[in-house]
Design a protein around this ligand. Structure first.
Ligand code: 13P
Ligand code: SF4
Length: 394
């Protein structure tokens, strides 16, 4: 097994440009207490006009999301970025892997800006290319290389997406994972015993989709741990498996616990439990509904007045839903506050700094994927965009 250099930098400190982990913001940021920040953001956006298009993920802070031209989950934002060829700048209020995907899907003259380069994703950092290549070699050595189709969650770095593109695989998001897995399993019709999927990097989305949507059993799933020799698995376990799940998870969604679901059911009459598929399998099993952030929003919008909901996803979104629907009883599915620390790095000072810099003719924090990575990552992303229809969970 190759030793992987994985520096544990505190977010926003030091420099690790190859990582989703934080790097320093080079800018001279306005003070967070500047009373003119909102006016400055409005003025910069007006000055840029149609030259800029601002995308906002549902987990962004209120202070930032109000400036987004469109909001969405990662699938919708990838499509929206691709649908704006006339915008010179795409300012991505989200995290690094989303900005990379936007860069891949936009034209060569368009520039994608991430207002704070420290806005990475701990899950994406859990699968590094060298680790994945080691695993791929081990699968070949186990005699199953021809049977495996790699599928990566959107929440992964561009080089992992490129790996999937080069090796006959695809990308998925939480709103189309079912269709993507069906596609992947259909890719190897001649393999005895059927195709296998190497699912990166979120074991929970992979397991939840395989078991609850495709009807595989938990015994069909094994977990490849990149920090253990041979992934911690025997050759026999690999040969018997249908889903080889990468040992990665979301540090926000991984905190929701099944016991809290039980407690809420005991204390809130007729509460509906609505969770994101990045939650652990034990939590999803106890939920009433599971789906992407876009699905969660649509479900709450369609819910009757007076209904009660406990939602297991990032807190900014849950708070926004609770404020937007005062006629419904909406609570957060956790005892403690649980923002995504990297999503929250995009705050108003960073947004104002990025927008004012662009308006002044200075391109800052541009996210650029190198051409070779971009070529193959686009193959994988395009396979995703071409998937037949979409899951109903969008
Ligand atoms: P979606 O927006 O695709 O549901 O993903 C959630 C997430 O964790 C993004 O980082
Ligand atoms: Fe990454 Fe989880 Fe934050 Fe999404 S919510 S950016 S998966 S750490």
């Amino acid at each position: 097994m190759t030793t992987v250099d994985l520096p544990l930098l505190p977010l926003g400190r030091g420099t690790d440009l190859n990582s989703e982990r934080g790097v320093e913001c080079p800018g001279d940021l306005p003070s967070p207490s500047d009373p003119d920040l909102v006016a400055r953001a409005i003025a910069a956006k007006e000055a840029l006009g149609d030259r800029v298009f601002v995308l906002g993920h549902h987990y962004q802070r209120d202070e930032v999301i109000r400036f987004a031209d469109v909001t969405g989950d990662s699938f919708k934002l990838a499509r929206d970025a691709a649908a704006r060829p006339e915008a010179e700048f795409i300012v991505f209020c989200g995290v690094h892997f989303m900005a990379e995907s936007a860069d891949i899907l936009t034209g060569p003259d368009q520039k994608v800006i991430l207002p704070d380069l420290g806005a990475g994703c701990s899950m994406a950092d859990m699968a590094r290319l060298r680790q994945v290549e080691d695993a791929w070699e081990a699968l070949a050595a186990a005699g199953i290389g021809d049977a495996v189709v790699p599928v990566t969650y959107m929440n992964s770095s561009a080089d992992i997406k490129a790996f999937c593109g080069r090796n006959g695989g695809t990308v998925c998001t939480s709103s189309n994972a079912e269709v993507a897995l069906e596609w992947a399993f259909a890719q190897k019709p001649d393999v005895a015993g059927g195709a296998k999927v190497l699912f990166l990097p979120d074991q929970h989305l992979g397991r939840n989709t395989a078991v609850l949507q495709l009807g595989l059993s938990l015994d069909d799933c094994v977990v490849w741990d990149p920090h253990r020799p041979h992934g911690g698995l025997t050759v026999e376990q690999l040969r018997d498996a249908r889903m080889i799940l990468w040992k990665g998870h979301c540090s926000v969604h991984g905190r929701f616990a099944p016991e809290v679901v039980d407690e809420l059911r005991a204390t809130i009459p007729d509460v509906n439990i609505l969770v994101h598929p990045e939650c652990r399998h034990e939590v999803v099993l106890k939920a009433d509904l599971v789906g992407s952030t876009e699905f969660i929003i649509k479900t709450i919008e369609a819910a009757p007045a007076g209904s009660s909901w406990a939602i297991g996803t990032e807190l900014n979104l849950v708070q926004r839903l609770a404020h937007a629907h005062p006629d419904k009883n909406i609570v957060f599915l956790d005892k403690t506050v649980c923002y995504c620390s990297t999503m929250n790095r995009i705050d108003l000072p960073h947004f104002v700094w990025a927008m004012e810099s662009l308006a002044a003719g200075q391109v800052v924090n541009q996210i650029e994927v190198d051409p070779e990575t971009e070529k193959w990552a686009l193959v994988a992303l395009q396979r995703m965009l071409d998937l037949p229809g979409k899951s109903h969970k969008d």
